[in-house]
Design a binder for this molecule. Structure first.
Ligand SMILES: [Fe+2]
Length: 240
């Protein structure tokens, strides 16, 4: 009888090969669309917005030059993603068509999530976001988060703020308002500075898709601890 030999060294299980950004053209071109938005758009004469745009595009340029690894996340749907096809269709007909087309190419690889520990029931059916770059991947970065947030028609995204993080939203499809102060159409950018309380509402007829960028404190980017601000009624009930 033949003696059992240990398996040859090259038969040992090997690490799966790492894919780098340049070998993943769909993710790379999607990030190039973000870079174009933050490079060529207008700051509307606002110094804080000009500075935010510069921070985002500088961080992104460095990330693109470093050719980071892709850490694929399992695709995940949420109820609101039933509106995604319509959203892309609207986006491809409007001012943000380049971004909408690039997003279509990765649509089956997106990991849609809520981010909040406590999710109001009504919002769970009408909201979700997905990251395309950040500490969790799929494109790895510690210094910047880029992603998309999707809303069903007639959604109210309750009041919240972000500690240590500057946030900008750029409309890709649909109309929306923040703090009841204006209506934003595809191509508009809005800056929410750290701690700024904001509440979003979306149009009655169509879904709404916003691209977003988060830049700021790296520990906050790694663990943003998203929390909706308690309503006045809830605060009163808890005696705060
Ligand atoms: Fe926000």
């Amino acid at each position: 009888m033949e003696a059992m030999l240990p398996p040859p060294e090259d038969a040992a299980p090997s690490e799966p090969p790492v894919t780098l950004l340049r070998d993943a053209p769909d993710w790379y071109y999607l990030l190039r669309e973000f870079e174009a938005l933050y490079r060529h758009g207008s700051a509307g004469g606002s110094e804080p917005i000009r500075s935010h745009r510069a921070k985002v595009r500088n961080a992104l340029s460095q990330i693109l030059a470093a050719n980071p690894a892709i850490l694929p996340r399992p695709p995940a749907q949420k109820p609101v993603t039933a509106h995604f096809a319509r959203t892309l269709d609207l986006g491809e007909r409007g001012a943000m068509q380049g971004m909408a087309r690039a997003l279509r190419e990765v649509r089956d690889r997106l990991h849609w999530e809520y981010g909040y520990e406590k999710m109001p029931k009504a919002l769970a059916r009408k909201y979700a976001y997905c990251e395309v770059l950040g500490p969790q991947g799929p494109v790895r970065s510690e210094t910047l988060i880029l992603g998309f947030v999707l809303f069903a028609p007639a959604t109210t995204y309750p009041q919240h703020s972000h500690s240590g993080i500057e946030e900008s939203y750029i409309s890709i499809a649909g109309g929306w308002s923040e703090n009841d102060t204006a209506v934003y159409a595809p191509g508009s950018l809005i800056l929410n500075r750290p701690q700024h309380e904001h509440r979003i509402t979306t149009g009655e007829q169509d879904p709404c898709l916003l691209a977003y960028a988060w830049i700021g404190d790296q520990t906050k980017l790694a663990q943003p601890g998203m929390k909706l601000t308690a309503t006045r009624k809830a605060r009163a009930a808890r005696g705060i």
